[in-house]
Write a protein that binds this ligand. Structure first.
Ligand code: SF4
Ligand code: SF4
Length: 436
């Protein structure tokens, strides 16, 4: 087995030991789900159901005609009790369909089997609402539709799960290794590729063993990724596995690759073989403020607080709750927000673990430059962003920043680096759109 890596990056404490040996457990059917009409990268959906209507599990409830979008489905059967803006884990209020469960979990009948042409399979993946489960929730059918002038040579499967604490992908690889292989075969057919590489970090030897067994007799290479953050970033994964550099402002398809996360591969397989839309996902619930950390299979739309309480949440001692991992996750101020397609984990930390760092002057130590996985000059971008010189930040490549948090992690001046990157991107985009 090849062992590969990328340049730069960091080695934060892994903190995966509390949940990595916990098998995926089914979270009980919630009494109510809140389904945001926007859970993906792309245009938000519009509701196609009305308040008071009865819906069945798996029923389409929100869609749009836009190509870059991903429809949403009822994750339980019951009555639509509200269609209104509700708090969303990304921090804003988003139009959402609220469904009160009838506790029957009656599924809508599955559609007829599709003809197996690549386009038909892609349509099925789109209509099932499959979006990247690794966190970004980019619509999967879009990734599977490269422009005609971009030849795809490699399908790369992402089993890195490099964020500390998170173990949902690890459990999926251990418990659904055969389903991953079935999903890979479907994706190969859609993309028309022969070469498949599955990258797994070397801190998951059991996953490497399970997947090596599952791919026996198949033309799928397993590659061991040195344990380093952010090894699971698409560009870092491609660099490590193939030695190819995705160009500035470019995409994996510019270097002949499509990357899919292991959880997404299983969702694709379920959509195509079981005709099952994306109504549930595996979520790691962990951190010092939960007494019984777990990996849970959860219906989309389940409020965070219910998952936390199921894991014996110590609310009074909790200092911070994050959706995702500690490096790229998003702090939550309202625990009634629902699990969305991109919720890989919920991390609850005790007050004593949460340190609020003062943002200080840059001392030009260059540690951020030595660690940035996309070879930017983070300190220069942060200074431009601080001075509201978003034009300079753009010239310095801020749009290539993957918001991995590495520069802030290594900074001795504890500067709020990722915030300044996000600020520069937001304002640069805003200024451009207001000029056009
Ligand atoms: S947050 Fe952006 S600038 Fe900072 S290390 Fe990551 S990619 Fe580089
Ligand atoms: S690590 Fe911090 S202090 Fe050092 S150069 Fe980068 S921004 Fe400045």
């Amino acid at each position: 087995m090849r062992r590969v890596s990328f340049k730069h990056g960091i080695h934060p404490p892994e903190k995966k030991e509390t949940t990595r040996s916990k098998p995926i457990e089914d979270f009980p059917l919630p009494k109510k789900v809140i389904i945001p009409l926007s859970q993906h990268t792309g245009r938000p959906n519009e509701s196609i159901v009305k308040k008071g209507e009865r819906v069945e599990t798996g029923q389409l409830i929100g869609e749009t005609s836009a190509f870059i979008s991903s429809p949403v489905h009822a994750s339980l059967s019951g009555i639509v009790s509200a269609i209104e803006p509700r708090p969303h884990p990304l921090g804003m209020k988003v139009q959402s369909v609220v469904i009160e469960s009838d506790e029957k979990d009656e599924w809508i009948s599955a559609s007829d089997a599709v003809q197996g042409s690549p386009d038909n399979i892609k349509d099925l993946i789109k209509s099932a609402g499959i979006a990247g489960l690794g966190g970004a929730a980019f619509p999967t059918h879009v990734k599977l539709s490269p422009p005609a002038n971009k030849k795809i040579e490699f399908l790369i499967i992402n089993g890195a799960e490099c964020e500390p604490y998170l173990t949902s992908d690890e459990r999926v690889m251990l418990e659904y290794s055969a389903a991953i292989v079935e999903g890979i075969e479907i994706l190969k057919k859609v993309l028309g590729v022969e070469k498949v590489v599955l990258g797994i970090e070397l801190n998951k030897p059991e996953c490497i063993a399970a997947m090596s067994k599952a791919v026996q007799g198949k033309d799928i290479e397993i590659v061991g990724l040195k344990t380093k953050y952010p090894q699971g970033g698409e560009k870092q994964l491609i660099k490590a596995i193939l030695g190819r550099e995705v160009p500035r402002r470019g995409l994996p398809l510019d270097v002949g690759c499509v990357v899919q996360n292991v959880g997404t591969v299983v969702a694709v397989r379920d959509a195509v073989i079981k005709k099952k839309p994306l109504i549930e996902r595996v979520v790691t619930v962990t951190g010092s403020a939960v007494e019984e950390p777990k990996n849970l299979r959860v219906r989309i739309g389940t409020p965070f607080i219910e998952l936390l309480n199921f894991c014996n949440f110590q609310k009074d001692s909790a200092g911070k709750v994050i959706m995702g991992g500690p490096m790229m996750g998003i702090s939550q101020h309202n625990l009634d927000v629902p699990v969305i397609k991109g919720t890989s984990g919920i991390l609850a930390m005790k007050k004593e673990e949460v340190i609020e760092y003062n943002h200080r002057q840059c001392i030009r130590c260059a540690r951020c430059v030595e660690s940035c996985p996309v070879y930017l000059m983070p300190y220069e971008i942060s200074l431009a962003s601080e001075s509201d010189r978003f034009d300079i930040a753009e010239k310095l490549g801020v749009f290539d920043c993957i918001e991995c948090g590495v520069c802030g992690y290594v900074c001795p001046a504890t500067r709020h680096m990722t915030h300044l990157m996000k600020k520069a991107k937001t304002y640069a985009n805003f200024l451009k759109s207001s000029r056009s």
